[in-house]
Ligand binder design. Structure first.
Ligand SMILES: Nc1ncnc2c1ncn2[C@@H]1O[C@H](COP(=O)(O)OP(=O)(O)OP(=O)(O)O)[C@@H](O)[C@H]1O
Ligand SMILES: [Mg+2]
Length: 321
């Protein structure tokens, strides 16, 4: 199976200031992962675990402080923007908040025409026609009704469709869908997910799908990566991770979903307290203060990501032999 995107030992830091004091947040800490061509890789984890940051690093919208980003066998980690630009049309982000995604002063038509002119130098007339077709493709019909409207004049669901149309108009090979339905009403979420799946099928795209919702991933993903406090703590095929979760954190996520936990006979796993502070993560295993299965060594030594066979790995001392 060939790879579209590979991240190797990626580290990403942000400087923040709290009460006038500067501090460093390591949002992504030594994460490696591979996204195969044509697959949906589901990335799940609590708020603040570093999912969006990792997604943006994979698109080289952020330059990591360490590690490598490989796109179609090409190391793009340190390429200057001018060299990356032609690759940008092949990799697109569908962000969480559609209202922040399109410039509020632009019409939907302008937002769709612009990338065509920037990347393909398409004539105005041709770009207009392609924008109309792109709107039709996402179900905004008749497209002429939407071309002149501004983002605030669309419902959340319509706008997310327009954002998807803008990302897809360039026919990208790799998409990062960052919680694309979390701001939408439950009633329209399914149709937006279906739209993304239809595009993937039609244009043979690869998707990094970011979500809090592991139950959704059980339905749409090929492989799953679980993040906790900036680190990848478990990875495997969807069947493996959902039917036989290994990491106590993954077990806790799944045991909170009655339909899945009853199917796989998983007992409720309770985590103590809240997710830790990414600026000051716990020593040893980052889950240890919350973990019901904590061992003595978890408190002082960080477990490696242990390969347990069949492409599965887990970052937990319970599996260290
Ligand atoms: N631009 C930024 N500047 C400063 N800190 C940031 C920035 N982006 C992310 N962070 C910090 O990095 C950490 C990881 O954030 P990130 O947004 O990647 O998490 P997430 O898993 O996507 O969370 P959510 O599920 O809430 O979207 C957090 O502590 C966050 O505050
Ligand atoms: Mg996020």
């Amino acid at each position: 199976m060939s790879t579209i995107v590979e991240l190797l030992d990626v580290v990403m830091d942000f400087e923040t200031s709290s009460l006038g004091r500067k501090q460093k947040v390591r949002a992504v800490d030594r994460v490696s992962l591979r996204i195969n061509k044509g697959e949906i890789y589901g990335l799940v984890g609590e708020s603040g675990s570093g999912k969006s940051t990792l997604g943006r690093v994979s698109l080289r919208l952020y330059k990591p402080v360490k590690g490598k980003v490989i796109f179609e066998n090409k190391d793009i980690t340190y390429l200057p923007e001018r060299v990356i630009r032609p690759l940008r049309r092949e990799m697109q982000l569908i962000p969480q908040d559609p209202y922040g995604a399109i410039n509020p002063a632009q019409t939907i038509g302008e937002a769709l025409i612009e990338p065509l002119q920037v990347h393909f130098n398409t004539s105005k007339e041709e770009a207009f026609n392609r924008a109309c077709r792109a709107l039709e493709e996402v179900g905004l019909i008749p497209p002429e009704d939407f071309m002149d409207r501004r983002p605030m004049e669309l419902s959340g669901g319509q706008l997310q469709r327009a954002v998807i149309a803008r990302a897809m108009i360039l026919r990208p090979k790799y998409i990062v869908a960052d919680e694309p339905t979390s701001n939408l009403d439950a009633s329209i979420r399914t149709s937006v997910i279906k739209l993304l799946l239809d595009f993937r099928e039609k244009y043979d795209q690869s998707i990094l799908f970011i979500t809090h919702d592991i139950a959704l991933l059980s339905l749409i993903a090929n492989r799953i990566g679980v993040m906790y406090l900036a680190q990848l703590v478990e990875e495997g095929s969807v069947e493996q991770v959902i039917k036989e979760p290994l990491h106590p954190y993954t077990k806790a996520l799944l045991s909170a979903i009655p339909l899945i936990s009853s199917q796989i006979g998983l007992e409720k796993v309770y985590l103590k307290g809240e997710i830790g502070d990414p600026a000051n993560p716990p020593r040893g295993c980052r889950l240890h203060p919350r973990c019901p299965l904590v061992l003595e060594e978890c408190k002082s030594r960080e477990p490696p990501l242990i390969e347990v066979g069949n492409g599965r790995s887990v970052k937990c001392w319970l599996y260290y032999k």
